[in-house]
Write a protein that binds this ligand. Sequence first.
Ligand code: ASP
Length: 143
Amino acid sequence: METVGAVALDKAGNVAAATSTGGFPLKLPGRIGDSPSIGCGTYADNMSGACSATGVGEIAIRLVLAKTVCTYMENGKSAQEAVETAVKLVDKRITNVYNDMALVAVDLHGRVGAAHSSPNLCWAYMNADQKAPVASLTAKLVK
Ligand code: ASP
């Protein structure tokens, strides 16, 4: 049932994103969520960075959210600034409904970002300088 997302940047500057999900409880048969929809729940572009989303897929689809995060990074925001701005965008644009969202991203400098409006976001990161990953049950809570 749960969603797992990953973003990566290699030493040649290539980025990648992946998202796996069981979807949402009570989803309609045949529903295609945001996770496999490029730009919505998953996006990577060597000109901007990579992003993976979890939350209500229909919201990520409406806001083309992973691509939006990448556009923020392409326009100069760090990965952290980009995911926080995007979670705020969800709150501003999608009102009066359950709109919890969580985003992870990496920018072209290798900076990671994680932000959520959901109660928790289990996440971890590692770069070439670290001997072990850093992991946490929460990231930047944006409300
Ligand atoms: N975004 C997924 C979907 O709507 C669900 C999730 O990430 O929890 O299918």
